[in-house]
Design a protein around this ligand. Sequence first.
Ligand code: CP3
Length: 397
Amino acid sequence: MSLPTIEADVQVLPADHPLQSGRTSASPLVTTYQGTRGAVTPIWMMRQAGRSLPEYRALRVGTDMLDACLDPAMASEITLQPVRRHGVDAGIFFSDIVVPIKLAGVDVSIVAGKGPVLPHPVRTAADVAALPDLDEAALAPISEAVALTVAALGDTPLIGFAGAPFTLAAYLVEGGPSKDHIAARTMMHSDPETWQGLMRWTATITGAFLRAQLMAGASAAQLFDSWAGALSLADYTAKVAPASALALSRVHGLQYTAPDAATRTVPIVHFGVGTGELLGAMHDVGADVMGVDYRIPLDEASRRLGGTVPLQGNIDPAFLAAPWPVLEAHVLDVLDRGRAAPSHVLNLGHGVPPDTDPVVITRVVSFVHDVAGDAAARGSDADAGTSATTSAETSTS
Ligand code: CP3
């Protein structure tokens, strides 16, 4: 499968962008994504905005999920809620991976407790041919919400995100969530041309959605290929990777001038669930950082990536409901294994479960910042490992 690049984009961020103006370029998140291990291990959590927060549930009463995503003031407020409450090192833009599908004019809704549902699944060549182009002007509410959010975030970076072409295609072909994505995988093999057309469409809309967030002020990007773990390495490489590369070509190499006068590019994170076998291939599509789910430890993930790739992850969300000493020991183990990589941003191995006690999230964030603070006070990376171990052994709570 070969998919040429869409178009030559402007490759320089606007002058007032937080990376270009220097507001976020020296932040722990951005520098860690760029491979520098600092005194602080930055932390944010996938799905940190959303149902675990009572202030989110209160704000959402009476508003449909996708309407909330398209209301700039509401999307911005929801994005800011976990940053205020938990003191995480980044906001992640509140939206959903199906928002660009909706903005293109395709009928999609989000059903509570289930996920995205499309009443008219895309199954045939004619279905793919009928998919409407995304008029980039339709992305205005996204750009507006991002601009509002970064103005309020100050020095804290915002992460933009999008669904990867395969994960979007899986929803489109299945018509909703599925376990093994068998209809999508059947189309991939039985009708390769239709598959390629569908992947080109999803790559185009999702790349535009991500680019809009970055141009409006997001300081990093994360591509979610949640369901790529359903694929063999051979199928991923031949049938999916070119489309993910095409989507990322819209944001890869977006430049700014750092405070030290060096030209740098916006960091791109790539994450999948159950994708331990695909880490190298997913890195090769144009990612700077690999997000790792909880199924393989970070030292093993780093080994598979040749020890050269910054990592993000991978607290098992199941531990968030465990007694604190159990959770604490797990967090310390993740931090310790993360030392195998050049640099490490702490996160979960998938999203915050909706019934998580937000007090636990705040406690994990401040614990991680304190562990890092201890290390900084002692003055070296080697000491940070010692500090982490000591803290685990002496915990009394
Ligand atoms: O779980 C997956 O990884 C599947 C793919 C996926 C979906 N949305 C589909 C979906 C991914 C990666 C997302 C991303 C997403 N959704 C983000 C960005 C990532 C992040 O780390 O924050 C955000 C902010 C959302 C927002 C979102 N989508 C919320 C809060 C909800 C719950 C609905 C509500 O009314 O609050 C959704 C719906 C949704 N999208 C679900 C899935 C699987 C869950 C459906 C449910 O359990 O109700």
